[in-house]
Design a protein around this ligand. Structure first.
Ligand SMILES: [Zn+2]
Length: 415
């Protein structure tokens, strides 16, 4: 750490606390999309953007967007930011850190009376998490030009559609296509985000350079066996669907252990009829397999899919596999990775490169322009939880690195 006084973190920690108090309920932090709290959170971000010398406004997808104009308006702009919405019972750094840090960097430029040749756009994305409507990343989709009108029909748990909630929020769904940035308008997008995992902390590092956002393959599997009396059917003669499901889960653990970035999870499992004295005649479970490299994920997923009928046959049950989701990995731009790495090293701290197992707005922005991400350590890797915590000195370092990246960035480096 440089010995000088922190430039960024005291104000940023106060702002993160302030945003963290804007919640739908007093017990915890819950700020979902197109709610009065979303409006209040946006108003805070807009005010901070204006104080930092930006022209700022809320757009028709519920994003807040600030522009710090460059001296050469013909140059493509640098886009920075992250999301302002949360999961239910959330932590106050997931997403918000990236927005507050980007504003702090522009504020520093403004304070120095400095203008870069290129403009800087800071975005506080709406609805990254998909907490209220299921449909996620609609704010960044609107900006990337990949917002599908079918998303308007997504409904919250009270049956309110995304379209109606957007109108109630005071925005015009018909104007969403106009939000999309044109190809070539944005030189690059850079997102600072907490890691939401334990890797950096275990390595004793404050900051990491993200290499890729992992793709995922998800399935639902139904196992059909034969229900029977738990007291009368001997162990050898059973067709226990739950045990077949359990064996698949253990196979996934074994197959996904030991390969870098590969992870496999059975997060849901149900037994039917679900009685204490009945052998499970059916079982249903989920599979989620991710890796930073598509081929690694695909080979593992294909092996798991091939193993399921073998386990089912051995246990005399029937397996039905339903694909639910398949997304490719989003690689971060190697030039941005080098620039971010140099910016971190310039702070006098070591760093590492690591993939993101979680999805982020950067993934959605990728069709528009080259994207990069900086990961910051969070305590014990905990996220999506009120226990989410960060060190103010890490916030200082992360923001100083982001500032260094911005000052040294040139749109030409992306051509
Ligand atoms: Zn996030």
């Amino acid at each position: 750490m440089p010995a000088s006084l922190p430039r960024f973190s005291p104000k940023m920690m106060a702002r993160l606390d302030e945003l963290g108090r804007v919640s739908e309920n007093p017990e915890n932090l819950t700020r979902t999309t197109f709610t009065p709290e979303h409006k209040r959170g946006n108003a805070l971000a807009l005010q901070w953007m204006q104080e930092a010398g930006m022209t700022a406004a809320e757009d028709d997808a519920g994003n807040v967007v600030g522009l710090y104009a460059g001296s050469n308006p013909t140059l493509p702009r640098l886009m920075l930011g992250s999301h302002l919405d949360t999961v239910r019972n959330a932590g106050k750094y997931d997403g918000m850190l990236g927005v507050v840090a980007a504003i702090a960097c522009v504020e520093e430029l403004h304070k120095q009376g400095k203008r870069l040749p290129f403009g800087i756009e800071v975005v506080g994305f709406s609805n990254e998490e998909g907490t209220r409507f299921g449909a996620a990343m609609t704010g960044s989709r609107a900006i990337a030009g990949t917002f599908d009108a079918a998303l308007f029909e997504a409904k919250d748990r009270n049956g309110v559609s995304l379209r109606d909630a957007l109108i109630e929020f005071g925005r015009d769904p018909a104007k969403i296509p106009a939000i999309a940035r044109k190809q070539g308008e944005i030189a690059a997008f850079m997102e600072l985000h907490i890691e939401q995992g334990p890797v950096l902390e275990r390595q004793g590092l404050a900051l990491g350079v993200v290499t890729a956002i992992s793709g995922a393959r998800r399935y639902r599997v139904d196992m059909k066996g034969l229900a029977g009396h738990a007291g009368t059917v001997p162990m050898g003669g059973r067709q226990d669907a739950l045990l077949a499901a359990a064996e698949v889960a253990l196979f996934i653990e074994q197959r996904c252990t030991g390969t870098p970035t590969l992870v496999g999870t059975v997060g849901q499992m149900e037994a039917f009829p679900g009685a204490v004295n009945v052998i499970p005649g059916a079982a249903r479970f989920s599979i989620d397999i991710r890796a930073a490299i598509d081929a690694v994920r695909d080979v593992a997923a294909d092996e798991v899919l091939a193993e399921i009928p073998r386990i089912a046959a051995k246990r005399r049950v029937e397996a039905t596999i339903t694909p639910l989701y398949d997304s490719k990995a989003t690689p971060c731009d190697p030039r941005l990775m080098d620039q971010v790495e140099a910016a971190i090293l310039a702070q006098g701290v070591p760093t590492m490169r690591l993939p993101s197992g979680a999805g982020h707005d950067a993934m959605t922005v990728a069709p528009l322009c080259p994207v990069g991400m900086i990961f910051m350590r969070c305590t014990r890797g905990i996220s999506h939880n009120p226990l989410e915590a960060v060190l103010p000195e890490d916030v200082e370092l992360a923001t100083a690195a982001l500032f260094h990246f911005i000052e040294h960035f040139t749109p030409e480096s992306m051509q």
